[in-house]
Ligand binder design. Structure first.
Ligand SMILES: [Fe+2]
Ligand SMILES: [Fe+2]
Length: 214
């Protein structure tokens, strides 16, 4: 049977499905297991556990934002080749989302209560970036991934030494975020002007302040 082209309604439903999967826990099967060497849960004090949960809530929020950014960008991007190139990165982001969700649950905690808001804001930013140009949109992805890598490395330093499980997850995510950055640059992403980079950093820091607690 010949496949028909997707209609506007099909695309709207696909976008809705993607959005729900980004914000509703347990709605995504991960294609890869947790990237951890030790399968046992580390012993943490209550204070340590709360701190790691706060960090993982930030990282989970970062992954929700990555979903919003990639989906928003794909919604308005004009170039099919760019969309296809970014598809691989977007799939890896689904794994990251599930890994963060799983670790939060192991810690007896939960994702940010503002998850739908983070997704909506990021989708809007991605859609605007995608509508400007491929170079800008891919530059925006590259800068986002670079800033995500910075905070992952900062979080790794803050982990209790015995929490090798969280360390392994964040280290694997960091390797892949830097690869996503390279992919975006290789596909034509341009460096963003400094005021935009500063604005993105300011917004990410506000998001981190809120997501650590809520
Ligand atoms: Fe990620
Ligand atoms: Fe990424």
């Amino acid at each position: 049977m010949a496949l028909r082209a997707l209609t506007k309604v099909d695309n709207m439903l696909l976008s809705l499905d993607q959005a729900l999967r980004a914000v509703v826990p347990h709605s995504n099967p991960s294609t890869r297991p947790l990237p951890v060497r030790d399968t046992s849960l580390p012993e943490l004090t209550i204070t340590e556990s709360r701190h790691v949960a706060g960090l993982m809530r930030i990282n989970h929020t970062g992954e929700v934002c990555a979903q919003g950014l990639y989906h928003g960008q794909a919604f308005t991007a004009k170039d099919e080749q760019v969309k296809a190139a970014m598809h691989h990165s977007a799939l890896e982001e689904v794994d990251h989302l599930v890994w963060c969700e799983t670790r939060l649950e192991e810690l007896g905690s939960h994702p940010s209560v503002f998850t739908p808001l983070w997704y909506g804001l990021s989708f809007g930013l991605g859609a605007v970036a995608g509508a400007v140009s491929n170079e800008f949109s891919l530059g925006f992805v590259a800068e986002t991934e670079a800033q995500v890598s910075e905070h992952l490395q900062d979080h790794i330093k803050q982990l209790p030494p015995q929490d090798l499980r969280t360390r392994d997850i964040l280290a694997q995510m960091d390797v892949e975020e830097l690869h996503h950055r390279e992919m975006a640059l290789d596909n034509g992403g341009h460096a963003l002007p400094k005021p935009i980079k500063h604005g993105m950093r300011w917004m990410a820091n506000r998001m981190k302040d809120v997501a650590y607690h809520l």
